[in-house]
Design a binder for this molecule. Structure first.
Ligand code: UDP
Length: 252
């Protein structure tokens, strides 16, 4: 059976989250790069959803994204509680190296946009060393500021980018992609959060064992305690899901 869109496994805070595995995600990317057009991928976690609940333009971006992948363990927990169907966690930080592997096999040109100066370059060179033949279309920190958009779009477009990775953190990276992906002429754009920082060694990812226990969020909080205010979104998310009070306040 040929399907034209990934299946939605759960709708939370009025945001559809797709039931895709890592390998299916790579399959969709492959199809979209072969077929052209502009396809945005968002890596959805509880912080995203709390933000989207309050911010209508961010919610609209997640609605029109081609793929909202279940990035956080909290999303899988909510799916179980709400009888949703999400088979596995597809973390953006795992997707980036997986994409790089596929890109090196298939000859896709990948552009690394965002993070602090020098970090995108470092992340790209780590991946290029791991996956020989990876075609790095470009690396640029740039900024998510509106006045820089035009120049960045031109840079990405003239690099003949197939796949654009944007690391400006949520929701900036996702809003940026919604405004500009089509103009860059890249077939796929992914908001990748802190993935370049992990690859470049700027921040450290939780060990696999901690990830498997579903405690990556706790590890991140211990590594980067300044995140505590943002991570208050987690208990708030759990509370809203448990009480089934997740509908956005402005959705009537
Ligand atoms: N970032 C950036 N410009 C900005 C804000 C953030 O380049 O104006 C980068 C930041 O350096 C980091 C990435 O965005 O590499 C992700 O930031 P954060 O860790 O806050 O996002 P998360 O992973 O939590 O979505």
């Amino acid at each position: 059976m040929i399907t034209h869109a990934p299946p939605v496994g759960l709708t939370l805070m009025d945001v559809p989250i797709h039931d895709v595995t890592m390998e299916e995600t790579v399959g969709w990317i492959t199809r979209w790069i072969a077929g052209g057009g502009a396809h945005q991928i968002a890596t959805v976690n509880p912080e995203f959803l709390i933000r989207a609940r309050e911010q209508g333009d961010f919610r609209a971006v997640l609605h029109q994204a081609a793929l909202c992948i279940p990035d956080g363990i909290g999303i899988l927990w909510a799916a179980r509680l709400r009888s949703g169907h999400l088979r596995e966690r597809v973390a953006g930080s795992d997707l980036v190296p997986r994409i790089a592997r596929e890109a090196s096999d298939r000859g896709w040109r990948v552009f690394f946009l965002g993070a602090a100066p020098g970090v995108a370059e470092k992340a790209a060179s780590v991946l290029a060393a791991r996956y020989t033949g990876l075609q790095v279309a470009g690396c640029y920190a740039g900024s998510p500021a509106l006045e820089d958009e035009e120049a960045i779009v031109r840079r990405v477009r003239s690099a003949h980018t197939d796949l654009l990775l944007v690391a400006y953190g949520a929701p900036r990276q996702d809003l940026w992609l919604a405004r500009n992906l089509e103009r860059t002429q890249a077939a796929v754009g992914v908001g990748v959060g802190g993935s370049f920082d992990f690859l470049a060694g700027v921040s450290r990812r939780a060990p696999r064992g901690v990830q498997r226990l579903g405690l990556e969020w706790l590890y991140r909080l211990i590594q980067e305690p300044w995140r505590w205010r943002r991570q208050l979104a987690l208990p708030w998310f759990a509370w809203l899901v448990l009480l089934r009070r997740d509908a956005p306040p402005d959705s009537g």
